[in-house]
Design a protein around this ligand. Structure first.
Ligand code: ADP
Ligand code: MG
Length: 622
């Protein structure tokens, strides 16, 4: 039986449910997962052993490229041609990573400081996107072999703090690897999904996702309600993780062997060998809780669980400090947290679990493999997108309102904040000047009534509106916000069908704090904004009446007395005066007086025009 699925994004009904895969593209390790018999499973290597693919690429020659475990061994034998931690370079310019360049064992170059970084391998330059695509290709190949079927659609995860450039780079890498990336999902959101948290309708839950990987630490505080995930705060350290523990263990060995620490700098091969040994030892001691002893060349490599814990404690403390800050930013107490989810290989360390459990005052979720949980969650998300999970609609929300500038600098909201995304909305506008051929559409984000206080996202001009009197063109403005926060704005004049559209990244370059500031500002200035809006609206209305009165006089001079023309002009002049001032009530009063005076005249004109038209003449005096 063919499965039927509804694609929420496109509103299309698909007949055959596609296989959509979930990918965790990690700094240290990547992996791919898929739903099988209703359950997420990670895809293992040919021997059915390892699900993790080290995010490492080795170039023997331009054509001869290794990815994963095979490449990892080359870190020792051929470090210049072995690329790791590519994720740190995604969407970055040379300027962004200058301070960390020494961290990388390979050559990073910039063509000019503005552009994005490239990595030099022998005589060729590779962008982080191309390198990430190689890792993604290896994952795609792995699952195709394993499932014996072609795969082209994927969900890929990224850290919650990734900005738009980094998200776009990840998307591009997917495309380059031959994958249609249906959704970019935040890693903490995926981890929660893997545990099935947040899928019960009606209740609101707060979740702390603690992710200690190889080189990075992230803490994310999420709120989930009715399938809507909202990131309340994030914190962390982009240079803190399992690698630091490995380094601490190496340093410890150097110390107990009374060696000169410089030996690690001068003997790169020994250094790499010790590093890999330290990682192995760390895992063994953590898993077995037994001491370890081994000789590497002339170095006695031994450590007890107690000694290892002493090395890890300062690192654990640092992560707890980050957690405290994240909780503070989210405005929460630890008792508000409903679930603590452990992510990242380094959370296998018992002492880390213990410290995190202590801080949050509850048992942490650690039943799933912490280094697989993000990919498993990505597979769950993929399954939801494929329409296989009936009751779940997974959505994000837009944190700030989106709208356009209207006459007088007013913000006209089209998609209000907290709307679920993907989201679509539209509204009709018209021109304010006769014969107006071009219309500027300026797009803003924020909660304030005046656009000058909001953030401009972009603008474009709808050109070629055929000449029509003011108020006649029907211009439809459509906002389409997709699941990644990318906004498409379309403007179309319905009588002539001229149209233009642009694409805008609504979140680009905006930090959580800036967003919070914009919201606070809008609350603080609510009263003043309302007054300003009321004044502007009165002015706009009054201007329109000044305009229509002039037109009325011009078209109906023949049926008005000299006195009537004079009086109308006097009222209009008085209104023009009032518009110059800041008194909204005065503008409204003068406007009412003008309306009152001209209303009988307008009636007479109407009657006259009807009578004329019944005689077979034209409606207006053109
Ligand atoms: P990333 O998200 O950065 O790609 P992972 O989540 O795969 O990284 O975590 C990799 C880190 O986890 C490495 O530092 C690795 O040494 C560490 N790790 C993996 N298994 C264990 C274990 N059993 N005990 C301690 N650390 C572990
Ligand atoms: Mg990770």
């Amino acid at each position: 039986m063919a499965k039927i699925s509804i694609n929420i994004k496109e509103g299309k009904v698909a007949k055959e449910a596609d296989l959509i895969i979930g990918i965790d593209l990690g700094t240290s390790n990547s992996l791919v997962a898929v739903i099988k018999d209703g359950k997420p499973i990670s895809i293992k290597d040919k021997n059915g052993k390892n699900a993790l693919v080290p995010s490492i690429i080795h170039f023997a020659t331009e054509q001869d490229v290794l990815v994963g475990n095979d490449a990892k061994t080359k870190l020792i034998s051929d470090p210049q041609n072995t690329i790791y931690s590519v994720k740190r370079l995604m969407g970055k310019s040379y300027h962004d990573i200058e301070d960390f360049e020494k961290y990388f064992g390979y050559k990073i170059i910039d063509e000019d400081s503005e552009s994005l970084v490239k990595v030099r391998v022998k005589d060729k330059f590779y962008s982080p996107i191309e390198l990430s695509a190689m890792i993604l290709k290896a994952l795609k190949h792995r699952i195709e072999q394993s499932m014996d079927q072609e795969v082209s659609k994927a969900v890929i995860t990224v850290p919650a703090y990734f900005n738009d450039a980094q998200r776009q780079a990840t998307r591009d890498a997917g495309k380059l690897a031959g994958l249609d990336v249906l959704r970019i999902v935040n890693e903490p959101t995926a981890a929660s999904l893997a545990y099935g948290i947040g899928q019960e309708p009606g209740i609101s839950q707060k979740i702390a996702v603690y992710d200690l990987g190889g080189g990075t630490f992230d803490i994310s505080i999420l709120q989930i309600q009715d399938g809507v995930f909202e990131v309340l705060s994030t914190n962390g350290d982009t240079f803190l993780g399992g690698d630091d523990i490995d380094r601490a263990i190496m340093d410890y060995w150097i110390k107990i062997n009374n060696l000169d620490p410089n030996i690690l700098k001068t003997d790169k091969n020994l250094s790499q060998e010790l590093r890999l040994a330290a990682e192995e030892v760390k895992k063994q001691v953590a898993n077995t809780n037994n001491s370890y002893k081994k000789m590497i060349k002339f170095i006695n490599c031994q450590i007890s669980p107690e000694q290892m814990n002493d090395l890890i404690k300062p690192l654990a403390e640092k992560t707890i400090e980050c957690c405290k800050q994240a909780m503070k930013d989210a405005g929460l107490q630890t008792s508000d947290i409903d679930h603590v989810v452990m992510v990242g290989g380094s959370t296998r360390l018992p002492i880390i679990k213990e410290k995190v459990g202590q801080y949050f005052g509850q048992k942490v979720h650690d039943d799933l493999n912490p280094d697989e949980v993000v990919a498993l969650g990505a597979a769950v998300q993929a399954d939801i997108l494929a329409g296989n999970q009936k009751d779940i609609l997974l959505l994000d929300i837009t944190p700030l309102s989106l709208g356009i500038e209207t006459v007088g600098g007013l913000m006209d909201t089209i998609i209000p904040r907290n709307s679920k995304v993907p989201s679509k909305a539209g509204r009709q506008y018209t021109t304010s000047v006769d014969g107006q051929a071009n219309l500027k559409v300026a797009v803003f984000q924020g909660e304030r009534d005046l656009i000058q206080h909001n953030r401009k996202l972009g603008e474009f001009i709808l050109k070629g509106i055929p000449p029509m009197p003011a108020g006649i063109p029907k211009i439809e403005i459509h906002f389409i916000l997709n699941a990644d926060g990318i906004l498409k704005v379309k403007a179309k004049e319905l009588r002539s069908n001229v149209e233009t559209e642009i694409e805008i990244r609504s979140q680009y370059g905006l930090s959580e704090e800036e967003m919070a500031m914009m919201l606070l500002d809008s609350i603080e200035h609510a009263q003043a904004d309302m007054n300003a809006r009321a004044l502007l609206e009165s002015r706009n209305e009054a201007n329109a009446i000044v305009h229509s009165s002039a037109k009325f006089l011009e078209q109906n001079a023949s049926i008005l007395s000299v006195e009537e023309v004079k009086m109308t002009i006097a009222h209009v002049e008085k209104l023009k005066q009032a518009i110059q001032g800041d008194d909204k009530d005065l503008i409204n009063k003068v406007m009412d007086e003008l309306n009152e005076y001209t209303s009988p005249l307008a009636h007479r004109a109407l009657d006259y025009n009807i009578a004329e038209s019944l005689k077979g003449k034209k409606l207006t005096g053109e």
